[in-house]
Design a binder for this molecule. Structure first.
Ligand SMILES: *Cc1c(COP(=O)(O)O)cnc(C)c1O
Length: 189
């Protein structure tokens, strides 16, 4: 989704402020669709190499996830609705004060408080993904909201980071997960 219009991304980075992208994740050896998406990321990275640095971290595992979830400025998650099972990695980011910019799917349907804990890509959770609307929303939020705030209003950005901890990280814990499994599934009958 991020690379659906590389010219647009290049112009946003040029006009609004520098941008760098770090990918983590891997495809199952038999997942041809997943492997072809990763090839597309590499092709786009090559096209953008002079304006937007893109790296793809190989062998994504807990050690790398720990660095990524704690070290980035925004956690971008772009699943196709309604296929996001949960989105645990966005919760791990929130625990580290990293706000999400994500499609409203999985945990983000509940966790997103727009402009407070992060930002939604698109504006409704009921429907299936509408790629063109979501792509427009992603680029618009980066261009008009998130990058200008990051560079121009760092105090406001830091406030969002703190709200991600206060509202998301305090709620999306393994303790809450286990007690909801017990209440809603195991002991529900
Ligand atoms: C958190 C984590 C995942 C799960 O990522 P999601 O974005 O929730 O699908 C997968 N692999 C590793 C190594 C992780 O740390």
């Amino acid at each position: 989704m991020l690379f659906s219009d590389v010219d647009r991304l290049r112009s946003i980075a040029g006009q609004v402020g520098p941008l760098q992208v770090i990918y983590g994740g891997k495809a199952h050896p038999k997942d041809e669709g997943g492997k072809s998406l990763i090839r597309h990321v590499f092709q786009s990275a090559n096209i953008l190499r002079d304006t937007v640095p893109v790296v793809y971290l190989k062998e994504y595992d807990m050690t790398i996830a720990k660095l990524l979830c704690t070290g980035v400025d925004v956690w971008l998650n772009t699943p196709q609705k309604p296929q996001e099972a949960s989105g645990t990695s966005g919760m791990k980011a929130a625990l580290n004060g990293v706000p999400s910019l994500s499609v409203l799917d999985g945990w983000w349907i509940e966790g997103c408080v727009e402009g407070v804990t992060g930002w939604a890509i698109g504006d409704s959770w009921e429907a299936e993904s509408s790629p063109s609307k979501e792509i427009a929303s992603l680029y618009e939020k980066l261009k008009y909201l998130i990058i200008p705030m990051f560079y121009g209003r760092p105090n406001q950005f830091a406030h969002i980071m703190r709200s991600a901890i206060a509202l998301n990280a305090s709620f999306y814990t393994a303790q809450r997960m286990m007690s909801q499994y017990l209440q809603n599934a195991y002991f529900a009958a």
